[in-house]
Design a protein around this ligand. Structure first.
Ligand SMILES: [Cu+2]
Length: 638
């Protein structure tokens, strides 16, 4: 029995709830005993076997036991990456194995140590002085993944490429002044500079990118805006499970994926067993040699969980908010708390439904509201908010909001940047993409599901269509993995339905459909390029695979500097899908040609998709939503 667990939090937590501080201490202490060379990369809940979990969740034996809680601790060791499973109740190691060929991501400690050692390196300091930079306190170092481009250092080292920016004061926006064509190659394990590469020198731009309060005079014509719920909120959080309206689910922060929603059910009926952004990449399109290697796998190479913000009431979130903390591990195995990592609240959602009877003037109108689950990550120059909205009508919307500061390149020298847009004096911003792959383990009324593509088409004119104006849906079963690699086609109103074995009152299978929203770009890089090979998942908007416990990350669990394809393009062969436990992999894609309005800080951009019930209910499930308190006075018009 683990000595840290005297107050036994595991006895009360939901089987899918994330680890707390005591559990992290317990798990890391077990695996670090006698492993002096080890650094902890992550420590998280090892999710129970799906079948065992569902047997417990759907079972009717009141004495049934929840699946035992286990932790997965990932270590960086001299011999490589090691995965250790710990049974928490006994503090016992269940298994440990080295993962062949895996390299660990850039942890927060790696990042900090790498940035510090760059500014202590004589070659870097000399190169900065030669460019007129004397005050190192004003230099910002960004540590970026190496990529997998066949660099001579790749075979022997896990390294990052460090680039430099010059600020005018310590809190200034560094991206206004990139110090071009100076790259330090940093060994992330030894934490030393391996090499310094210099290219064409360009003058440091004179641009000003300061956007801070106090620097910009605030406008004075906005009056306060507040959201109140005087009788309290309509949701509860107990043992890690959220209940709102007919919905239940368990939210969590995973070190790699960030926000995860587990076991999302409506009225007890299963809809989504697990949903998360399982990988995201940001490939750049600027061919300049200082920039052409830039591609970030923000989940697999940094960790979206490790990058989570502590959200603040009144700033990040408005209204009656309930926050959940996240617990991660530092490299020594000590728990790290991210306070207020997940924000839960209700939002007004406009009119849910309305009709004015034109004959009588009678009006019925109901206000909608939605439940918001939000978490936000800062990864380098960008912020990403991952927002899930649950609707009264059974709809689940997923929205990614993009914030932050664009990556920049100094303009000048012999060759002006060819893959960038100008944004300020001597400054441009490279074209790039943001591709977010959501892993959606849909279980619509049970695990056995079938996926169809539905799109609109005109019917040929003829005896059955004498006026030539008829049209209808064309429904195609996606029977195998190969048939299920699809792109979006909004011209054809293309959607994908996932149906179960249950039938509705009309005798049709109950279903949900995945409806693309804004952001349907796919990867633009050549399929044979390095990023094309490493991020093959992003070449299609949709993939469907049969559920496998181990198939979690679309570019593989350890994409750092991995040159060979991994993840979806490797697992996905041509396995059958009909009536299987299917997993949908949907990539939201944004291609960003930077606008002047995106500088010096971007106004929010959003992209997403929705999951909508289609015959999951027999009719509009919201007829019983009560009218607004106090009633409406439409009918009294003269
Ligand atoms: Cu962008």
């Amino acid at each position: 029995m683990c000595r840290f667990m005297s107050h036994a939090p595991v006895l009360t937590a939901h089987p899918l709830a994330p680890l707390d501080a005591d559990e992290i201490r317990c798990a890391t202490a077990a695996v670090l005993a006698g492993a002096d060379d080890a650094r902890v990369i992550s420590c998280a809940r090892r999710e129970p076997d799906k079948a065992a979990y569902l047997a417990w969740r759907d079972g009717d034996d009141p004495a049934r036991r929840a699946p035992a809680r286990e932790a997965l601790v990932v270590l960086s060791r001299a011999a490589g990456v090691e995965e250790c499973v710990v049974a928490l109740a006994a503090a016992a190691i269940v298994s440990r194995r080295l993962v062949p060929g895996a390299r660990s991501p850039i942890t927060p400690e790696d990042y900090e140590a790498a940035a510090a050692c760059v500014l202590e390196d004589e070659r870097v300091v000399r190169a900065l002085r030669e460019r007129g930079v004397e005050d190192l306190g004003l230099v910002q170092i960004d540590v970026l993944p190496s990529g997998a481009l066949g660099h001579a250092l790749e075979a022997e080292h896990r390294f990052g490429r460090a680039v430099a920016y010059l600020k005018k004061d310590p809190l200034d926006n560094a991206y206004a002044r990139p110090i071009e064509h100076l790259i330090a190659f940093v060994d992330l394990d030894a934490r030393v500079v391996l090499a310094v590469e210099e290219g064409e020198r360009r003058s440091i731009p004179a641009a000003d990118g300061d956007y801070r309060a106090g620097v910009v005079a605030p406008r004075e014509d906005l009056r306060p805006f507040s959201v109140t719920q005087p009788e309290g909120v309509s949701f509860t959080v107990e043992r890690g499970e959220v209940r709102w309206h007919r919905w239940t689910f368990v939210p969590a922060i995973d070190p790699q994926e960030g926000l995860v929603l587990h076991d999302v059910r409506y009225d007890g009926r299963s809809v989504l067993h697990r949903g998360s952004c399982a990988e995201m990449i940001v490939p750049y399109g600027e061919p300049d040699p200082m920039h052409n290697w830039r591609t970030y796998f923000d989940a697999g190479e940094y960790g979206l969980g490790a990058s989570m913000n502590s959200l603040e009431l009144g700033c990040d979130c408005l209204g009656e908010i309930t926050y959940l903390d996240a617990w991660l591990s530092d490299q020594r195995g000590e728990p790290v708390r991210i306070a207020n990592a997940i924000c839960l609240h209700e939002e007004d959602a406009g009119v849910l439904w309305k009709h004015t009877d034109h004959a009588t003037g009678h009006v019925e109108v109901r206000r909608g509201r939605r439940f918001v689950v939000n978490a936000m990550a800062t990864v380098g120059n960008y912020e990403y908010a991952f927002r899930w909205y649950l609707g009264l009508d059974g709809t689940i919307e997923v929205e990614v909001q993009l914030h932050g500061i664009v990556s920049t390149i100094a303009v000048g020298g012999d060759r002006p940047p060819r893959g960038s847009n100008p944004i300020d004096e001597g400054l441009a911003a490279p074209h790039h993409q943001h591709l977010f792959c959501f892993r959606l383990d849909l279980d619509v009324d049970g695990v056995a599901n079938t996926v169809h593509e539905v799109q609109a088409a005109s019917l040929p004119a003829g005896p059955d269509n004498p006026l030539g104006n008829a049209f209808g849906p064309v429904v195609t079963a996606l029977r195998t993995e190969r048939e299920a690699r699809r792109s979006a086609d909004q011209h054809a109103s293309r959607v994908w339905t996932v149906s179960g074995r249950r039938t509705n009152a009309l005798g049709r299978p109950t279903a949900y459909r995945l409806v693309p929203g804004h952001g349907t770009a796919t990867l633009l890089a050549d399929p044979d390029s390095s990023v094309g090979r490493r991020a093959g998942f992003a070449r299609h908007t949709l993939w469907v695979t049969p559920y496998r416990d181990e198939e979690r990350f679309p570019a593989g669990a350890y994409p750092y500097a991995r040159a060979e394809p991994d993840g979806l393009p490797v697992w996905s062969t041509d396995r059958p899908l009909e009536g299987e436990d299917v997993v949908l992999w949907y990539t939201i894609g944004v291609t960003h040609f930077v606008r002047p309005e995106d500088w010096p800080i971007m106004p929010m951009t959003k992209a997403g998709f929705s999951l909508e019930p289609v015959g999951f209910f027999d009719r509009n499930p919201t007829l019983d939503i009560p009218p607004a308190a106090g009633g409406c006075r439409h009918s009294e018009r003269g």
